[in-house]
Unconditional design. Structure first.
Length: 512
């Protein structure tokens, strides 16, 4: 498995469909031939990728709609015919509906060299490669007929699929798939990376993504002020500068994990071990009595203390906020012991000046806060919800969160302050000012218990070491995902991956 198949290695600005359309229109306004030269370049790029990836393909079918995506497909078909590749066209829209650049491209097809095949009778298993030129970036809402049944038939066989610009059915701005979408092996996208390609459902459909900028000069991109970027460990590792040779543990912060009520020790063990393994100078854990014994056995370097409910308020009041980074939530639960912790932390005004990470049940408690709870809004806190927790924080449902993960993360950061890390495939990190980063890292093996606890401890440790909220969140998410990829190995062994398997890769990733 290579990172190239998942995301661009360099930090990349991500664009909305409207921004890309604006760039193309500006280019056209200063070009005597309008946007058609871009279509020619797009079709040529797709054809180049097709013959490069599948050099032995001798029979292809291009499945088209009626828009510019179809126009790109017509050019691919023409170029394939010129190379003596057998080409069939499968129209899902009446060619009489074609207009503009798509019509120009259609008129240049050599009719004698290309066969038209009806969608009702086509057998997709007859082809070496299927080219998806159906709907492109303009799709909104559910796929309808005749596209729906054709997409299902394409997905139902093992013939390789190349998607033009974006797989049909994937929303360009959100990555959401309402009901069905093309499962591509390769997507050749144009002008710029689409924001929806790197979060949400898109990972199930995009395959390898290659960008062709169509030789558009940088000046056409400069009009946009960007608030959204794609990041990964390769693009962020420069922030992990080496430590000085002369130093001491006090220089690298103190991470305090609060959680692990009796019977839920595992989450606190993973979070506090992750903090210690990530370079926190000191790591403490305030947990249930039984959990303290388990924790110190697993990681003796963590200063584990069992705390009774009657001692919680005194413990919190004794903290010096400037000397501690708080990770609240792993294994916290919803008991009276848990509520005492939440009440004590929330009522302590001085803790508003300490960096904090709220995870797991701490987020569920936060969702229940009324507007007048002092710690409901906190600009020095990182929240790490999965979609279910995000839905509770916004008093909505998971389906709504999935429809636009960017908007959901932005709303959480705006409502609760600090930074929101909306977990999932294509984790989205958003600060309260609206700056966003998407981290399309990790793999399906991370869908297992304890992964979120490790992430919370890792982010807390980075905060304790002096990284800003945004840098700690970005680095934490990307190190976490990269470690999971290394743990899965080149064989992509996702089943059976455990959260604790990531620890062995932390030293290398934290010290590049």
């Amino acid at each position: 498995m290579t990172n190239k198949k998942k995301y661009p290695l360099a930090p990349s600005a991500l664009y909305s469909a409207e921004q890309i359309k604006s760039i193309e229109q500006r280019y056209a306004a200063q070009n005597a031939h309008g946007t058609y030269p871009l279509m020619e370049k797009a079709g040529a790029s797709v054809f180049h990728h097709l013959v490069s990836k599948w050099p032995h393909a001798r029979k292809i079918v291009v499945v088209t709609g009626k828009g510019n995506n179809a126009g790109d497909g017509f050019i691919v078909a023409r170029l394939a015919a010129e190379r003596r590749i057998k080409v069939h066209l499968c129209h899902l829209a009446d060619p009489n509906q074609l207009t503009g650049d798509a019509l120009i491209a259609y008129r240049q097809i050599p009719r004698q060299a290309i066969k038209i095949v009806s969608p009702e009778v086509i057998k997709f298993t007859d082809y070496d490669v299927i080219v998806d030129a159906m709907l492109g970036t303009g799709i909104k809402g559910k796929i309808i007929e005749p596209y729906l049944s054709v997409i299902k038939r394409i997905n139902g066989n093992k013939v390789p699929v190349l998607a033009i610009d974006i797989p049909t059915g994937v929303e360009a701005d959100t990555g959401f798939v309402h009901n069905e979408a093309i499962r591509a092996d390769l997507t050749v996208t144009f002008v710029a990376h689409k924001k929806g390609m790197y979060t949400g459902d898109a990972a199930n459909y995009r395959g390898q993504v290659d960008l062709s900028e169509l030789d558009i000069p940088n000046t056409y991109y400069d009009q946009h002020t960007f608030h959204l970027f794609s990041q990964n460990w390769h693009s962020l590792k420069h922030k992990l500068i080496p430590r000085k040779m002369v130093c001491h543990k006090g220089a690298f912060g103190h991470t305090l994990v609060i959680g692990g009520q009796n019977g839920m020790s595992g989450a606190a063990i993973l979070a506090s071990t992750a903090a210690a393994r990530s370079g926190s100078g000191l790591t403490s854990a305030w947990v249930g009595k039984e959990s303290a014994r388990a924790l110190v056995t697993y990681t003796p370097e963590v200063m584990a203390t069992g705390v009774d409910e009657s001692d919680i308020l005194q413990r919190i009041e004794g903290l010096i906020p400037s000397e501690i980074t708080l990770v609240l939530g792993p294994g916290l639960g919803k008991s009276s012991w848990s509520k005492e912790w939440i009440d004590a932390v929330s009522a302590n005004d001085s803790l508003r000046y300490s960096n904090q990470v709220w995870d797991a049940d701490a987020l569920n408690w936060l969702a229940d806060f009324s507007d007048d709870v002092p710690n409901r809004y906190n600009s020095k806190r990182i929240l790490t919800p999965h979609p279910g927790e995000a839905a509770r924080l916004l008093n909505t449902d998971i389906y709504t969160i999935k429809q636009d993960r960017y908007k959901a993360a932005e709303k959480i950061a705006s409502r609760y302050g600090g930074v929101c890390v909306l977990k999932g495939n294509g984790t989205i990190i958003t600060d309260e000012k609206g700056f966003q980063v998407v981290c399309p890292v990790g793999n399906p093996g991370m869908a297992s218990g304890g992964m979120g606890d490790v992430l919370a401890g890792l982010i807390g440790s980075l905060l304790a070491q002096g990284f800003s909220l945004m840098d700690a969140a970005m680095l934490g998410v990307c190190i976490h995902g990269e470690a999971a990829d290394k743990a899965a190995g080149t064989g992509q062994f996702y089943r059976g991956l455990l959260a604790s398997d990531l620890f062995q890769y932390f030293p290398h990733l934290l010290n590049p």
